[in-house]
Unconditional design. Structure first.
Lengths: 260, 238
């Protein structure tokens, strides 16, 4: 036991592999063809998390703002890359605006939380900045992918309506206002729904970590409330800004629709 | 509607050496994807011009060039002697009104659909038509029996086509680009649409460019006739 947390010895950690074996057994018995993915996923979980643990240890020890922000941008790049992979549309180039916007928007949100709400001193204190930034990125990544996927799909499905409005004198924002609205809403729904279920269905990750670490549950709750609100705000901001920026790229010169 | 003036160029709509082909992975584009090859066309102000050709020849594409829904690879697309790129797209599309082959309506009433163009910024200070004006416009298209409060999605294709034409005419365009406007309509609806287009030319001095796969418009109504086939656009002699 170290400071309230029970140690997981390497042998006990290896025991957790039983769950991977159970999943692999199900795949084999039901011919799910997921055996390879379960194996790769298990190896990656170990490798990526041990690597992250080592990097975090290094960054915590170095105590440098540049290293913290640099690591945050790497995490943002990975989040944007993952989100981009989930979007099916390939006819519109959106990678760089997506990387740029996600990094800028979520940096701002994380800075606001650590600097103004948690009041960490300094605001980039890695023990606060990186876990909170990671939660912002992890949750927003999904919402951005959902919003963009919906945007592209609707611009194709409702191309005749968009074109009709353009032909009646609408500009791009007027012709696609309802599509943008639906896309942002689709991106935000998971975060809003998770606010409804939090504390009833599950004890969320951050709160669990603090309780396991021996924190007072009343303090852990406060952190979790901040996290829930931060995620809703970040998904709203990220989905809206990215959808608006990338919407422009779906129209060519002369406000000509490119997706139909 | 702006009446024709002696200072404006004789040709309202024109193409000068226009090449157009759809993006193709092969380079140069295969002949089957080439829609227009050095196309020339001159449509005088106030004319009613028929454009025919087989399915897939690119007739709709030609109309879409005039409202910048397509961009040519070479040549000039002119409105009143000026390239279409010289005007802001919203202004261009209010002057040259393109009606899609399949009439598109927004969810909402007939009234909301007719007033849609007046909700856009490009409408500027254009007065919003009252119910009497809307009903009169529908009546002129033999659609006066459609209540303004009716849900537009419940209309038949013929009624929707007339609703879309009425909506375009309410914005007072200078030219109408009609894409197969009667292909899905019964005889009565077809006649109403054609009469409205003819009246737009004769009474309002507007220009009509009508695309059809068949020559159903009499020469008396459309004295000028172009045919598009295999990328070649040619005027058909009377």
């Amino acid at each position: 036991m170290d400071g309230g947390v029970l140690d997981i010895t390497p042998w006990r950690l290896a025991l957790a592999l039983v769950f991977s074996l159970v999943a692999g057994g199900c795949s084999l018995a039901l011919k799910l063809d997921l055996g390879r993915d379960i194996l790769i996923g298990t190896v990656r979980s170990f490798a990526q998390l041990f690597l992250m643990g080592w990097v975090l240890g290094f960054v915590f020890a170095a105590d440098s703002p540049w290293l913290v922000i640099g690591l945050f941008f790497i995490m943002a790049g990975a989040a944007a890359h993952t989100a981009r992979g989930r979007v099916k549309e390939k006819a519109v180039a959106f990678a760089w605006p997506m990387y740029g916007s996600m990094a800028a928007v979520y940096l701002l949100v994380t800075m606001t939380v650590t600097g103004a709400i948690v009041a960490a001193d300094p605001w980039w204190k890695p023990q606060y900045f990186l876990p909170i930034g990671g939660m912002v990125l992890g949750n927003s990544m999904t919402s951005v992918a959902v919003a963009l996927d919906r945007l592209f799909a609707d611009l194709r499905a409702r191309a005749a309506l968009v074109e009709m409005k353009l032909c009646l004198g609408a500009d791009v924002s007027e012709a696609s206002a309802d599509i943008v609205r639906d896309a942002v809403r689709a991106g935000m729904i998971p975060a809003v729904n998770s606010m409804m279920a939090v504390g009833l269905v599950s004890i969320p990750g951050m709160m669990t970590g603090q309780i396991l670490g021996g924190s007072d549950p009343s303090q852990a709750i406060r952190y979790q409330i901040v996290v829930m609100l931060m995620i809703v705000g970040a998904t709203a901001l990220g989905s809206t800004i990215l959808t608006l920026i990338i919407r422009r790229r779906c129209f060519g010169p002369g406000q000509r629709p490119l997706l139909r | 509607m702006s009446p024709a003036s002696s200072t404006t160029p004789a040709h309202h709509l024109a193409l000068r050496g226009v090449d157009f082909s759809y993006a193709d992975s092969s380079s140069p584009p295969s002949p089957s994807r080439r829609i227009l090859r050095s196309a020339h066309m001159s449509v005088p102000r106030g004319a009613f011009v028929l454009l025919t050709g087989p399915s897939g020849a690119g007739k709709s594409t030609l109309l879409r060039l005039f409202c910048r829904l397509e961009e040519p690879q070479a040549g000039q697309v002119l409105i009143d002697g000026l390239g279409v790129t010289a005007l802001p797209p919203q202004l261009l599309r209010r002057r040259v009104s393109y009606l899609q082959q399949t009439p598109a309506v927004i969810p909402g009433s007939v009234r909301e659909n007719l007033l849609l163009p007046f909700t856009f910024k490009s409408a500027g200070g254009d007065p919003r038509p009252d119910d009497a004006t809307l009903s009169a416009m529908l009546d002129a298209l033999s659609a006066g029996d459609i209540p303004l409060s009716q849900e537009a999605s419940t209309l038949s294709v013929g009624q929707r086509q007339r609703l879309c034409l009425a909506r375009a005419l309410l914005t007072k365009p200078q030219a109408l680009l009609l894409d197969e406007p009667v292909s899905a309509l019964d005889a009565c609806s077809s006649r109403a649409v054609l009469n409205a287009a003819e009246s737009f030319c004769l009474d309002a001095g507007g220009t009509v460019l009508l695309v059809s796969h068949a020559e159903f418009v009499p020469r008396r109504v459309a004295p000028q006739h172009y045919r598009l086939e295999n990328g070649n656009l040619a005027e058909v002699p009377s």
